[in-house]
Design a protein around this ligand. Structure first.
Ligand SMILES: C[S@@+](CC[C@H](N)C(=O)[O-])C[C@H]1O[C@@H](n2cnc3c(N)ncnc32)[C@H](O)[C@@H]1O
Length: 651
């Protein structure tokens, strides 16, 4: 292809994360990128590491790979990077029948392996998610751990969705007796967390439930992916009440919820509302409550420890008051002389006289202060595992469809600090029975904050003997979808019966179902080795009609909009232009025409609307290269006149 000619072919691949990272580096250090000739004599863009070292100045003590270093290593870590960097060629197929409010909802339920799905969401949801909550398999030896294969991840999924492995056997659980127990789990978690981080907004946070089995490992993994500095805290959730009947030496009655920020300097983690303490005292300035003591206690509180903090302040009768400890020794004030004199002058201290005539001095608090930082022990009384099970059982007419769901009160509390602003997207990519979606709609109903949820869940098979299977749910994904339907219906019923208007209007009770599947486009395989005429003929034939003949228009449309970087909840309208049907996405930002017979009139009509992107099918040109070349030209000159970006793509 002539270098000046625009490349109009669409790749059909998800975002290549290494390219994205390179772009980020380029923004920070544009000067370190240069052009050199590679071994084949081609001019390529490279990074001048010497220059980068110079730009980093005092931070440039570069690791040479030979010395020992601090960090976490495990077998397979390198393959994890390859897995991350391999773009997905799969698609997400819309499923209207299983969705609720398909055309208007902004919630998603995606059925599939979360690694492949997270890759597919990279372009459209990059930097858009406010909060991620996950409750991954804890690696207790009883769960199934997904077998990632770096070179054929979609094939693995297709085999899985067909529910057998390469040898036709059912996929098995990860048991502790097997070798590579922790390794397998780490290899599964690392790429998923890495890709999930990309989806977070700058002010976004991730919460991860975990127990002792992998607590230490996941902390190190997260330190590496998010950076130690972005560790917000490890909360303790009281998951169980009462004694323990298990045979451990201590009663394990809590789990952890780890929290990391995308960027701790931009993080928004709301402080929580608690009932303010009453202003139960009064002086001539009005009501107040006793705040903390201004006499310092504990370590370094003797005069000799901090002599400058021993000084007199003006007492209630103008006398000198010194900091005296409860044991009668000379002590220290909490604040320095200037600040102490200021609060005394403002009448904001209370002097409480001891029997021996010395004083304890308190700060007076005159305002309600209802907001406090979340404490690490604050996840108490937010439901236990047993409560989580009870909620789901009640919702499913007393059938126990899912083991150990998280209680929604716990998730509502996490959402209240992690996604407290309007327009927050909450993602859970190990969604199980969809407790997170349930909590999102409940929380939004209670506080009228507009939130949306994205649930991702593998169609993991329910055991044939389980209550869920007998009740008609073949997979955990089926249970998750039904739970959101039932939880939403419960709210609708309450709203109708009580004429309850809370949250009505903006509350999104629907969800759009998408399913991971093979692309609707056959891939053009560039022959890497010699190829005979017959094989070449086969390949060419494949390429001429490379759209799956069984694919519906909607399936093709969703694949294209996703790969063009639009979210699958974008508004889609159908326009009639020059007698042809054209899909308009997000009020004309993207136009897609899937017609088999494209015409010059249609191309003109589309260009006139000045979309940011226009995509059509190659077969629509019916081999008319002149029409295609003219179309490219029409778009080019229109974009130049309009000074707008107008991308024209052919698939
Ligand atoms: C501990 S459960 C989550 C329970 C959920 N928090 C609830 O309250 O219902 C973990 C879920 O992750 C799912 N899972 C495991 N590997 C997965 C993968 N590769 N992709 C998507 N889901 C996966 C499992 O099927 C399981 O339902």
């Amino acid at each position: 292809m002539n270098e000046k000619e625009p490349n109009i072919e669409m790749t059909g691949e998800s975002l290549d994360v290494s390219v994205q990272r390179k772009q980020e580096l380029k923004q920070l250090f544009p000067g370190v990128f240069t052009e050199t000739k590679n071994e084949k004599g081609e001019v390529v863009e490279t990074i001048d590491f010497e220059k980068l070292k110079a730009e980093l100045g005092s931070f440039s003590d570069v690791y040479d790979g030979k010395r020992e270093r601090y960090g976490m290593e495990w077998p397979g870590k390198r393959d994890c990077m390859k897995l991350i960097q391999q773009p997905s060629r799969a698609t997400l197929k819309p499923c209207r029948e299983e969705s609720v409010d398909f055309d208007s909802t902004e919630n998603l339920f995606i059925e599939g392996d979360n690694l492949e799905v997270l890759k597919l969401l990279q372009k459209s949801y990059y930097g858009k998610v406010k909060m991620i909550y996950i409750d991954p398999p804890y690696n207790t030896g009883k769960e199934f751990i997904y077998p990632d294969k770096y070179s054929e991840s979609l094939e693995t999924y297709m085999a899985y969705a067909g529910l057998v492995d390469d040898e036709g056997k059912k996929f098995a659980t990860n048991t502790a007796t097997e070798g590579r127990f922790h390794t397998k789990w780490l290899n599964m978690m690392y790429p998923r967390l890495y890709l999930a981080r990309n989806l977070l907004r700058e002010d976004g946070v991730v919460f991860i439930s975990i127990d002792d089995s992998e607590r230490e490992n996941i902390q190190k993994l997260l330190d590496e992916i998010f950076g130690e500095l972005n560790f917000v805290g490890s909360f303790i959730w009281q998951s169980k009440k009462g004694g323990g009947s298990d045979n451990t030496r201590v009663v394990t009655d809590h789990e952890y919820v780890l929290c990391f920020a995308k960027d701790i300097d931009h993080m928004i983690l709301s402080r929580i509302e608690i009932a303010p303490e009453p202003l139960d005292r009064e002086d001539d300035q009005g009501a107040y409550r006793r705040g903390r003591e201004l006499n310092k206690w504990g370590a370094n509180s003797r005069r000799e420890d901090r002599p400058t903090m021993y000084f007199p302040i003006s007492g209630p009768d103008g006398e000198d008051v010194y900091p005296i400890r409860n044991d009668g020794a000379e002590g220290c004030w909490r604040w320095g002389k200037k600040k102490m004199d200021e609060v005394v002058a403002l009448g904001n201290v209370e002097f409480s006289k001891r029997d021996d005539g010395t004083y304890i001095v308190y700060e007076k608090v005159r305002t309600f202060e209802p907001r406090v930082k979340p404490h690490r022990t604050w996840l108490k009384d937010v439901g236990t595992t047993a409560d989580g099970s009870k909620t789901v059982k009640e919702l499913f007419d007393e059938v126990k469809v899912f083991d150990f769901p998280k209680p929604i009160e716990l998730l509502e509390k996490i959402i209240s600090i992690g996604a407290s602003q309007n327009e927050s997207i909450v993602l859970d990519f190990f969604s199980g029975s969809c407790s997170t979606a349930h909590a999102v709609i409940n929380a939004s109903r209670a506080d009228s904050v507009k939130r949306n949820h994205i649930m991702i869940q593998l169609p993991e098979l329910c055991d044939n003997e389980s209550e869920s299977y007998k009740a008609g749910y073949k997979t955990i994904a089926d249970i998750g979808k039904e739970r959101i339907r039932r939880a939403a219906q419960k709210i609708r019923d309450q709203q109708n019966s009580q004429l309850d208007l809370v949250g009505k209007g903006d509350l999104d009770l629907g969800f759009k179902v998408l399913k991971l599947d093979k692309s609707n486009f056959k891939q053009w395989q560039t022959p890497s080795t010699e190829i005979n005429a017959e094989q070449l003929g086969e390949q060419l034939e494949l390429h001429t009609d490379h759209v799956d003949p069984y694919a519906t228009q909607e399936e093709i449309l969703y694949e294209l909009l996703l790969k063009a970087g639009f979210v699958p909840t974008s508004k889609v309208d159908t326009l009639e232009l020059a007698g042809k049907s054209v899909f308009s996405i997000d009020e004309g930002a993207l136009l897609i025409c899937l017609e088999d017979e494209l015409t010059a009139e249609l191309i003109d009509a589309v260009a006139e609307l000045e979309p940011m992107q226009f995509i059509c099918l190659d077969k629509g040109f019916n081999g008319n290269d002149q029409l295609k070349a003219n179309a490219v030209q029409t778009f080019k000159s229109r974009a130049q006149n309009a000074e707008a970006e107008m991308v024209f793509k052919v698939v």
